[in-house]
Design a protein around this ligand. Sequence first.
Ligand code: MF3
Ligand code: CO
Length: 267
Amino acid sequence: MIHIKTEEQIGLMREAALLVSKTLTEVAKIIKPGMTTLDIDQFCMNYVKDHKATLSFYNYHGYPHHICASVNDVVVHGFPNKTALKDGDIVSIDLGVILNGWHGDHAYTFILGEAAPEAIQLVKVTKESLYKGIEKAIVNNRVGDIGYAIQEHTEKLHGYGVVRELVGHGLGKELHEDPQVPNYGKRGTGLKMKENLVLAIEPMINLGTHKVFTDEDGWTVKTQDGKVSVHFEHDVCVKAGQALVLSDFSIIEAAEKANSNLNSSYY
Ligand code: MF3
Ligand code: CO
């Protein structure tokens, strides 16, 4: 079922999305080699709770952590763990919160230090593809237009692999609402979008093959060829002419540029 939001509800959803952005901004300030993803999990948990919100991933279908931390060949749903992050790692942090009953859910990929040039390029192009998709999230366009735009920019233009098994989604009182938002597809197909439909658009793009598998833990999704994967996610409200992006990368990017342990050379 599709849930169109009122302007008031969009305002509340923006606050939830911004709390995720602010939390990821704090992560951008402190992340460095030697730190563990479990440290980041605990940091995010405390920050979100201090801001009168709850963590939406914890216990979602039994998910056992507060964030997803997906490093290098992990595509999404990586468990935070005690392995120290190292120079050259590509780290996606995905966080969901519930604030005043509304979900915010978005993700950002950080590059630690001197990463491989092809990995840095993948980060750049994946982020670009997210904005190509957002451009299509306007009234009377169809959901397939979003996936088509993302696939064109990543698969067709750069030869990357677009993950098929996992998709973006509607967002609201629930973490996952209709419609599904694939990162691939045909123009002019799928649901026709109405004003104030809120979507989490989240390209998951692999340097090599699009094929993935799920680890024995039942959650961790990895690339079949072991090559790096990148994930960015924004919360987006469909509007006429131009989508309204509820989450905010600009504060994360400012912190990223100020952290000398992070590589932001792709800007
Ligand atoms: N952003 C991801 C999603 O929308 C994160 C979900 S993790 C889970 O699917 F643990 F909550 F499943
Ligand atoms: Co999501």
